[in-house]
Design a protein around this ligand. Sequence first.
Ligand code: SF4
Length: 390
Amino acid sequence: MSSKPLGVYVHFPWCLAKCPYCDFFSLAAERSAIPHRAYADAMLRELERRAAELDGHTLTSVFFGGGTPSLWEPKELGRVLAAIRAAFPGDAVEVTAECNPSSFDERRAAELLDAGVNRVSLGVQGLERERLGFLGRLHDAEGALGAVRTALRAGFARVSADLIFGVAGESPEVARREALAIAELGPTHLSAYALTIEPGTRFGALAKAGKLPLLEEELVARSFEVVGRALEDAGFEQYEISNFARERHYAAHNLAIWRGQPYLGLGTGAWGTVPRAGALLRYRNAPAPERYLTASATAPLWEISELVSDAEAVDAETALRERLMLGLRLAEGVDLARAERETGAAGLTHEREKTAERLVRAGRLVREGDTLRIPKSAWLFADGVVRELL
Ligand code: SF4
């Protein structure tokens, strides 16, 4: 068997409503208006053609992201998953589906398990009615906690929950209590992100007009610290700046990408990075469902076409910079020797070496043999450290 590992990311773009902070490619739609079957059919066509050109890879993980994949008829999601499993060899593959509490219940849990999903990631986001309303979420606290309980009872091997902190009006103490309330239910993994205001979103427009209430930066930073500490005290390991796992139940798909592993992207709006002709190619399928559903079976796959809206070779230096950018968010840091070997670029150029030495002296970076990492005490400044280094 080949040892070339490959993850597969599947994008399902539809949601019941568009959250005002969301800058993912997602579209609000009624359940009945979603082309469940046609979308799976189009994806099978895409998969067959892409897989034929990716011989010799071993499947390591599948991630159904969105959008809201728990809205997809599980039968159709299952057809796509079965085809992915048939296209690439691979045992013990982690299969994650992102689920929203508003479209996840016992029946959906059982159907997803049947389809072959073994990990769910639930968009809890918060546990206060007012804040959930502000974030445009369709569930309430009980719905969110109930979804986590349902997933655990249903028997998924791994259950993760997403939490957003740093929202106007939310004290660090409330953020801490919410993280603990979810942790106490027993999920294997938690992601906790500070709310970010992205251009192109409703919140982005409101912020630009000065009409969006925001939490002071100091309180956001404090929330980050107290949430991290509380989850570590509760037995979770903060293995990435925003991600926590119990007993090494790391998010296999994301961790592989943070470590620089290639992945195939399927579906409208999906990004993928795959080895092509001795280099890495990054592509994006056009974020336009109609185009995706009707693309001809001969549309070029790896260059801009009816199907593809972006395609570019990732040069060695860019690949190396990405390794540093993503790897420095991990507690384990970046293995520079491996990054150099796999990308073909110099890890610490003369200039980066000088910056790294300065950052080490300032306590913002640690160098141990070939490993470069940001110590937890400096995670609040991680973005700045990476910016300086690169
Ligand atoms: S449910 Fe998720 S993907 Fe859909 S709009 Fe909200 S944040 Fe975005």
